[in-house]
Design a protein around this ligand. Structure first.
Ligand code: AP5
Length: 211
């Protein structure tokens, strides 16, 4: 398949970012991630959009969804510039899924299925290297280099309280999106509880099968 259009779905902490990095490298596609795009624009003034809060940060730090108007514009712009992509973090509700269907067509819709207890453990133990953007986990995937270990940071929304709210928002808003693609018969379910390399083997095979 040349330059595929891939959508990756899953709860917070399911491993979307981890697997998207593999997909982008292996299939030579753009990693389009609304989470990273919003984190880079956290203090953007959105007060003229008739939103409850004035910046994305105020939504994100509480685990709430940033308004559709803001996110739709980010995705539309990113997809229009990419031949092939892996889209991570969008759509997060049925309205966004409707928008997406008007922006592009999809070749593969992956869903990383992970148990809730494991999600909380992964998110509260996640750390990031601010210099490279590389994702680590204190237990599953710690860095070998002590210099990297010393500069690792925890994401502001990875505290236990905010993680629980993110999972609640996911169940309420995003699970219906998963059901929507399942009803359309296009959802490819991957067992995301496995070790990262095993998940990657299944993800890669699923994309290749869809070619
Ligand atoms: P976003 O950044 O998209 O966060 P998320 O969906 O909550 O997903 P995460 O990035 O937390 O998890 P992931 O699935 O990528 O897991 P990862 O690979 O890092 O969104 C953040 C916020 O932005 C939202 O709350 C919202 O406010 C806003 N937002 C974003 N998109 C929006 C939208 N469309 N509409 C409105 N608002 C939006 O892995 C997690 C950890 O587990 C890591 O430490 C990793 O090392 C480890 N790990 C990964 N895979 C495995 C494995 N197989 N085994 C063991 N450990 C593993």
């Amino acid at each position: 398949m040349a330059q595929p259009h891939i959508l990756i779905l899953g709860a917070p902490g399911a491993g979307k970012g981890t697997q998207s990095a593999n997909i982008a490298e292996e299939f030579d596609v753009e990693h389009v991630t609304t989470g990273d795009a919003l984190r880079s624009n956290k203090e953007m003034d959105i007060s003229d959009m008739d939103t409850e809060y004035d910046t994305p940060a105020e939504y994100m730090d509480q685990g709430e969804l940033v308004p559709d108007e803001v996110v739709n514009a980010i995705v539309d712009e990113a997809l229009s510039q990419a031949d092939g992509y892996v889209l991570d973090g969008y759509p997060r509700n049925l309205e966004q899924a409707e928008e997406l269907s008007e922006m592009t067509d999809l070749d593969v819709v992956l869903y990383l299925d992970v148990d809730e207890e494991e999600l909380v453990h992964r998110l509260t133990g996640r750390r990031m290297d601010p210099e490279t953007g590389e994702i680590y986990h204190v237990e599953y995937n710690p860095p070998e280099d002590p210099e990297i270990e010393g500069r690792l940071e925890q994401r502001e929304d990875d505290t236990e309280e905010t993680v629980k709210e993110r999972l609640r928002v996911y169940r309420e808003n995003t699970e219906p999106v998963v059901e929507h693609y399942e009803e359309e018969g296009v959802l490819e379910r991957v067992d995301g509880n496995q070790a990262p390399d095993e998940v990657w083997a299944d993800v890669k095979a699923t994309i290749e099968d869809a070619a």
